[in-house]
Design a protein around this ligand. Structure first.
Ligand SMILES: C[S@@+](CC[C@H](N)C(=O)[O-])C[C@H]1O[C@@H](n2cnc3c(N)ncnc32)[C@H](O)[C@@H]1O
Ligand SMILES: [Zn+2]
Length: 268
């Protein structure tokens, strides 16, 4: 196992020693009983804390239904296609670990970070073969040039930090929704549903290799599954009341999931 976690205080490498991670300057971080470590230096109640318990529960309930399995398989295949043997993989904004658990079957050096304690706790319980930390993508507690692969799936993007921690020649897989992702759900929620913007961006230090589309259709046959999907999307925050009411009355919904995986290579 290649450790890529670095000390958030002095940036030196961290070493697991019993129930703690330590750096050579003596900074020490406890490993929780679930197996994760908190590497966020500040956690004031006013700080942004990511997905809450309820969103994590909804996400797990939905993802465990297997509806996004095509995306998970595509990401695993891309890692196998582009990365070296037993790569150091960082799932940046890993959420509750559904995707991370698949990557950990490919490498014993699989790491997940997320700013949400509820999410990381769940991920560490779900997946014993990966290493999880509470941290922000904007200040990764990760060593320079240490990751072969970074996956960012529907999480905040931090290309400069990703470039810092990526090995030259390493790959970034950045997943965003296609214009009509979850269109049928949005058509119930909004009088005039909006399309997501289709765009590709260039990031300094990275070369864009291409964009892979992953599209699938599935039918949700219970109100609970439909509400779980709703509660794990950002629409939860900006849906008008009448739209949310319409969804509550829906018991069956056929939905199109449509993702774009943007594939980047770190320049040498
Ligand atoms: C839409 S969820 C995606 C989670 C996971 N990748 C998935 O697809 O199931 C976005 C995640 O980003 C996390 N997040 C938000 N801001 C963050 C930040 N600054 N640093 C790290 N994670 C963050 C949230 O807590 C949440 O788990
Ligand atoms: Zn230190």
């Amino acid at each position: 196992m290649k450790n890529i976690f670095g000390c958030p205080v002095c940036k030196e490498a961290l070493f697991a020693e019993g129930k703690t991670y330590k750096c050579k300057s003596g900074h020490c971080f406890d490993i929780s009983k679930e197996g994760y470590v908190n590497l966020l230096l500040s956690s004031k109640s006013t700080d942004f804390s990511g997905d809450d318990k309820e969103m994590v529960r909804a996400r797990t309930s939905f993802l465990d239904g297997g509806y996004y399995e095509p995306l998970r398989q595509s990401l695993s295949s891309l890692i196998q296609k582009y990365a070296p043997e037993n790569p150091a993989i960082l799932d940046a904004g890993c959420g509750e670990g559904y995707y991370t658990s698949a990557y950990s079957a490919l490498s014993d050096s699989t790491f997940g970070i997320d700013i949400s304690k509820s999410a990381v706790k769940h991920a560490a319980k779900r997946c014993k073969d990966a290493h999880f930390a509470i941290a922000s993508v904007y200040h990764l507690p990760v060593l320079d040039s240490s990751a072969d692969v970074i996956v960012n799936c529907f999480s905040p993007n931090a290309p400069e930090e990703f470039s810092r921690v990526m090995k030259p020649g390493g790959h970034l897989f950045y997943v965003v929704p296609a214009p009509r992702h979850l269109w049928e759900l949005k058509s119930i929620l909004y009088d005039v549903p909006y399309e997501n913007e289709e765009k590709t961006e260039e990031y300094g230090g990275f070369e864009l290799l291409g964009v892979e589309s992953v599209k699938s259709e599935f039918t949700l046959t219970s109100g609970d599954d439909i509400m779980s999907l709703f509660h794990m999307t950002p629409y939860t925050w900006n849906t008008p009341k009448d739209g949310a009411e319409r969804l509550k009355g829906t018991q069956t919904l056929s939905v199109t999931a449509d993702f774009r995986i943007h594939i980047y290579r770190k320049k040498a």
